[in-house]
Design a protein around this ligand. Structure first.
Ligand code: RP5
Length: 164
């Protein structure tokens, strides 16, 4: 079976952050792959890759990049499947540059932009699961359980704090 979600990043230096997305997809048993494709260093590959997504059956792309981060927008411009952008903190501007580059898509070609860094990578994967869950009861239930577990963890911490 091919990948349902693909996690693309501009450089191998982005991997330690983008791995957070992989961890979530693994937990939800969603087939995924990691790819390193740069919108500026490998522009031909980026275009060819993006144009082939639908034919290969990929449902969602998560694209992480830092600095003048145009990877998510470049992919989104060549496909109509949802692209989720993760701005990365890999420049002297600490990710603010990547955030603005990723989120400020001109009207017509959307990129669903997450938070900067690890939280963004994690949320990108959860958001991808939410998209897939629209047509998938197993994932709908898994998301419900995931939220329930999170709420329980907070409640347990609250209980422990009250006992101090
Ligand atoms: C971006 O430039 C990449 O996404 C990465 O965050 C940043 C730095 O890349 P390297 O110079 O470490 O390869 O395109």
């Amino acid at each position: 079976m091919g990948s349902v979600v693909e996690i693309v990043m501009g450089s191998d230096s982005d991997l330690p952050v983008m791995e957070e997305a992989g961890k979530v997809l693994k937990k939800f048993k969603i087939p995924y792959v990691f790819r390193i494709i740069s919108a500026h260093r490998t522009p031909d590959l980026a275009r060819e890759y993006s144009r082939g997504l639908i034919k290969r059956g990929v449902k969602v792309v998560i694209a992480g990049a830092g600095a003048a981060a145009h990877l998510a927008g470049a992919i989104a411009s060549c496909t109509t499947i949802p692209v989720i952008g993760v701005p990365l903190d890999s420049s002297p501007l600490s990710g603010i540059d990547a955030l603005f580059s990723t989120v400020q898509m001109p009207g017509g070609i959307p990129v669903a932009t997450m938070a900067i860094g690890k939280a963004g990578a994690k949320n990108a994967a959860i958001f991808a699961v939410e998209i897939l869950a629209l047509e998938n009861n197993r994932l709908k239930n898994a998301l419900k359980n995931f939220r329930g577990k999170m709420a329980k963890e907070v409640a347990n911490k609250d209980k422990r704090l009250k006992q101090i």
